[in-house]
Ligand binder design. Structure first.
Ligand SMILES: Nc1ncnc2c1ncn2[C@@H]1O[C@H](COP(=O)(O)OP(=O)(O)OP(=O)(O)O)[C@@H](O)[C@H]1O
Length: 125
């Protein structure tokens, strides 16, 4: 069987990356919050370099940064899907969007607290 045409072929993989890239361009261009989270991620990485965080702390930071950006992207996907299904006001549409936003906020609060735990002792030293 031709690898290019098989279910797990390279063309299929390339297309999947292409769709994911389209999604990343969309969330970057349409969502201010995603750009704010990206700026916070850049600041966290700069602090990580300046304050020489350990390998374990880098793992935590990368997990938090990727998790935050992925969650914000998923929040946008939920918003778009809700708008597609219910363009007019509906209490369930409100609940769905508010819950997705709450998930983002919870992760952001947790990330901020962990960031403080990692960086504040190093800044004070
Ligand atoms: N169809 C709807 N029916 C009821 N309430 C809605 C609807 N669409 C949006 N809302 C309410 O308005 C809020 C903002 O929705 P909107 O789609 O503008 O998201 P947003 O401002 O882009 O959110 P975010 O800041 O998370 O990107 C929702 O959290 C929800 O409370």
């Amino acid at each position: 069987m031709d690898l290019q045409e098989s279910k797990f072929g390279l063309t299929r993989l390339k297309k999947s990356f292409g769709y994911a890239w389209e999604g990343m361009k969309l969330v970057w261009s349409s969502e201010q919050n995603f750009r704010i989270h990206t700026a916070a991620a850049v600041i966290a990485c700069a602090l990580g370099i300046i304050l020489s965080v350990s390998a374990f702390e880098w793992i935590i930071l990368v997990l938090l940064i990727c998790g935050m950006l992925a969650l914000e992207t998923m929040n946008t996907a939920i918003e778009k899907a809700v708008d597609l299904v219910t363009p007019e006001y509906h209490p369930l549409a409100k609940a769905s969007k508010d819950l997705a936003s709450a998930a983002v906020l919870l992760f952001a609060i947790g990330s901020f607290i962990i960031g403080c735990i990692i960086f504040i002792p190093k800044i004070l030293n």
